[in-house]
Structure formats: C-alpha cells, structure tokens
Design a protein around this ligand. Structure first.
Ligand SMILES: Nc1ncnc2c1ncn2[C@@H]1O[C@H](COP(=O)(O)OP(=O)(O)OP(=O)(O)O)[C@@H](O)[C@H]1O
Ligand SMILES: [Mg+2]
Length: 474
C-alpha cells in the first residue's frame, strides 16, 4: 500500500497497525497546504461473496461514518475527514493526533500516582459523557485506544468499536457481535448484552493498570484487592472497585455518577490537605491574625454573641439574634446558621453542593453542615432516595456503621417527610460521626449533613439540630 495515493488526496506514508480485519496507515493530504498528516483506516469485511452481506456492510459503514462524523465534533475525538468505498473495501480518513498511546506509556514501566489517575479518569469520563449522550457506546476502551496528545497532554479517544461491526456482518446477522478486548471487556459485553456502563468497566480496568502497572492478563476478574491500599485513598479504591463490578447492575450506572463520586473524593482530599499541610496552617494562622482578629474582637464585644463557648459538654444557648440567614433563590432554600460559623457559598450545579457552614476549629476533621441537592431524571420516592444514600454511605465510607435510621418531619417543612440517618466511619484516618437528613420533592433531593470528629459530635449536636430545624424549602 506504500506509495499509494487514495482518491488523489491521501498519500500513504507508513503502516501504523494491522489487525485481522483492518489496517491503519499514516498518510498525508497532498491537496491541502502544508500536506497535513492524517490517518487512513481500511476495513476489510469478511464474507464479501454474499451480496446481501455486502449490502448490510455498506449500510452499516454509512451509518457508523455518520456517527463518527458527529462524534468528531468533540475536541478529544479525532475528526472524520472522509469516508469512501473502493474495491469492496471501506476507508475512513481521520485527523492525525500527535501523541503516544497509553499502552506505550505503560510499557515504560512508570506507574501513575493517585493524582494522575484521578485526572485521567476525569479527562476520559468527560469525553465519554459526550459519547453516551450521543447514544454511542465505545465498546473497546483500553490503553491502545487512548492517545495522550503532545499538544496539551489531554487524552484523545480513538477506535470506536461499533464501526468494526461491518467487518463481521455475518456474525452480526445472527444477533451477536463481540467487539472488545478480553480483560477490558465486562462479562455482559462478552455475552452480547453491552451496556453504557460496559465502557465504565473498561475505563476502570485501564486506570487500575495505570496505577498498579499490572498488565492486563494478570488482572483478576474482580480486582478489588490488587492495589496497594497505602498508595490509594480507600475512597478512591472504592470508586475503582465500583467501576469494575462484575455485575453491571452494581456498577456505577452512568458517567455522571462516577464524576460526582470523584468530585466528592477531591473535595475530601483537599480538605484533608489543608489540615495536614503545615505551610497552609501557618499562612492561615497569619491570615487570621491579620484579618480575623479585628473581626473577632468586634464579635466578642458584640452583645448579640452568645454562642461561642469553647468548653465541651456544655449545651449551647442560642438566641435567634445570633444567627445569620442563608438563602438560595435557585432552590428556594432558607436556613439559619450561627453567626460565629463560617459560610461557604458553593452553589455548584454539577456536584449539587450548595453551601457549607463550618465552625472554625483546628480539630482533626471539620465540624460542619453541608447542604446539597441531587437531581434525578425522574421522580423518586423518599424510600428510594434513602436506599441510594445508605448504599453510598456504606460503600464509600470506610468502616461505615449506621447507628440510627428513621423518618421524621422537620419543623419548617411540616408537609414533607424527611429521613434521618446517623452514621460513623473513617474519613481517611479520623473517626467521624454524621447526621444526614434528606427529603425529596419530585425529581429533586435535598440533603443536609452534620459532620464532626466522633469526639466532638455530641458537643455540637444541639447547634446542628437547630440549624437543620431552621431549614425552609418552598
Ligand atoms: N487518529 C489517530 N492519530 C494518531 N494515531 C492513530 C490515530 N488512529 C489510530 N492511530 C494509531 O494507530 C493504531 C491503530 O489504530 P486503531 O486503534 O484505530 O486500529 P486497530 O486497533 O488496529 O484496529 P481494530 O481494533 O479496529 O482492528 C493506534 O493504536 C494508534 O497508535
Ligand atoms: Mg485500536
């Protein structure tokens, strides 16, 4: 094929890969200024002696080319530049991506750090979010089909599996298409029942390989235990484990769910960092000396202040005047929080986290209330929501223990039932205890969680309850 020029445009330069039913070449477009590189992929369907099979293949080729053309609108998927048929063979011409496939990166023997692995997942999940929205399942995610682009080190996703259907139309006409790569392919896909989250499995396996350096053949079917717990945050290990669950019903159901779990993980890592990093503590101390002291002076001298009492085990006396109002007009939420607490207005529509109210302390883990919402595509009941949340707690929280779980009514939302779960577990190394209260209105869930180191939980419970009970939702 070397020296060939296809359609008078694409001069073949060298062979990149040769598989059973396809060949991939590096080429140059000699009709464009500067003769840019492109990639020519030749698909060689089987059973071409059957005219009917030929027609099916041609139809599938046309359909898949249209899909690839649409997907190429994403910056991290190669653009389809042309597609044509010549001598009963099908050609796809794609944008060339300068970079290295991850299989090459892995071959160097270097393992990813947790931070690199998280960044990798977030990068690819965002591409997959787009792909799945377009109703396409990639079906062959693996290191050889992910290129790290030299330009910006971002990952580009290549080699969409569906297009390979045309090379085995005969098998396809009997209703089974097995496209994918053993080791990265989940069992439901092997059984011809490919799901959107089959891609999540393959991506999880790829990530595990990047983290552990363990080659694909040696990965066990359910590799929950293969990574070194010391190197990987247990919450991250739990996310990876949930990505590669054998049973697809127990896996993350959508890319959005994985992204949300990763956001939460990052938030908790960042929080920990703040407490653990001596430099940050030093600069925070300096900052508080310079900025906060004058404010504290005013607070201490204010007649309204009745809430700051530092000794433990005293029940706090709180008057209405010592509270501030937090209001979120987007969700029609109002809540009162103590003046002495710090409000962090987050309002993140993607993660659903609206605000955090925290007591400035230097305890091992923050004393805070977190207000979140969760959007569902269809209405959910309070019981369904409770099932989901409890599942999340027990899966993502190390040593999770549920102490109480009961239905209740909040003072200011008397017409809506709420559910309370009190639980404890390990947040990294710190034992924390939490009280989460949630309620649901149609497609929208609202959750408020009081969290404190286990030793401080009882001390601030009264205050937390007061905040929770002030919650208004219209
Ligand atoms: N758009 C591209 N830009 C740069 N390199 C590419 C591009 N597409 C493919 N390659 C290179 O060619 C190799 C093979 O391409 P591709 O993954 O599409 O085919 P394949 O895996 O051989 O085919 P198949 O799995 O369909 O039989 C890739 O691993 C990558 O190194
Ligand atoms: Mg490939």
């Amino acid at each position: 094929m070397q020296e060939t020029t296809l359609r008078g445009h694409y001069r073949i330069i060298q062979n990149l890969a040769r598989g059973g039913f396809s060949e991939t070449y590096l080429a140059k477009d000699i009709d464009l200024p500067g003769n840019p590189y492109c990639v020519v992929k030749l698909l060689k369907p089987m059973f071409m002696q059957h005219p009917q099979a030929w027609e099916t293949a041609a139809r599938l080729f046309e359909r898949e080319a249209q899909v690839l053309y649409r997907l190429g609108n994403h910056d991290q998927i190669p653009r389809l530049l042309a597609h044509f048929e010549e001598n009963q063979e099908f050609y796809l011409v794609q944008e060339y991506i300068a970079g290295n496939v991850l299989s090459k990166e892995f071959a160097s023997g270097q393992k990813w750090t947790q931070k690199q692995a998280i960044a990798f997942l977030q990068d690819v999940l965002k591409i997959l979010e787009f792909v799945h929205q377009e109703n396409v399942i990639h079906r062959d995610i693996k290191p050889a089909n992910l290129i790290r682009r030299h330009l910006d080190q971002k990952i580009v996703l290549i080699d969409f599996g569906a297009v390979k259907e045309i090379t085995n139309v005969m098998e396809n006409s009997q209703g089974v298409t097995r496209i994918g790569t053993h080791g990265f392919m989940p069992s439901e896909q092997e059984n011809g029942n490919t799901q959107f989250n089959s891609d999540i499995f393959a991506l999880g396996m790829t990530c595990i390989q990047g983290l552990t350096g363990v080659a694909l053949g040696s990965l066990p079917r359910n590799p929950d235990i293969i990574w070194n717990q010391q190197d990987v945050n247990p919450q991250f290990a739990a996310i990876l484990a949930k990505m590669v669950r054998h049973d697809y019903r127990q896996r993350f159901q959508s890319v959005g769910e994985v992204l949300l779990a990763l956001d939460k993980l990052e938030a908790s890592i960042n929080q920990q960092k703040w407490w653990q990093n001596p430099k940050a503590i030093a600069s925070a101390a300096l900052l508080s000396a310079v900025v906060l002291l004058p404010i504290a002076w005013r607070v201490v001298n204010s007649p309204k202040n009745e809430i700051i009492q530092s000794s433990r085990n005293t029940s706090r006396k709180i008057t209405a005047s010592s509270f501030e109002l937090y209001e979120n007009p987007d969700y029609n939420i109002k809540i009162n929080y103590p003046q002495s607490w710090h409000k962090n207005d987050i309002g993140d529509k993607t993660t659903g986290e609206l605000a955090r109210f925290s007591l400035p302390t230097n305890s091992s883990s923050p004393i805070e209330l977190i207000l979140e919402t969760q959007h569902f595509t269809k209405p959910v009941t309070l019981d369904e929501l409770t099932g989901l949340r409890v599942n999340e707690i027990t899966q993502f929280f190390t040593d999770a223990k549920i102490h109480e779980s009961y239905a209740t009514k909040l003072q200011n939302t008397p017409h809506t039932s709420a559910h309370v779960v009190v639980y404890s577990g390990k947040d990294d190394t710190v034992s924390v205890k939490r009280k989460a209260v949630w309620l649901v209105k149609n497609n929208q869930a609202y959750i408020i969680t009081y969290s404190a180191p286990e030793v401080d939980y009882d001390t601030y419970l009264n205050t937390a309850d007061t905040i929770i009970n002030s919650w208004q939702l219209h």
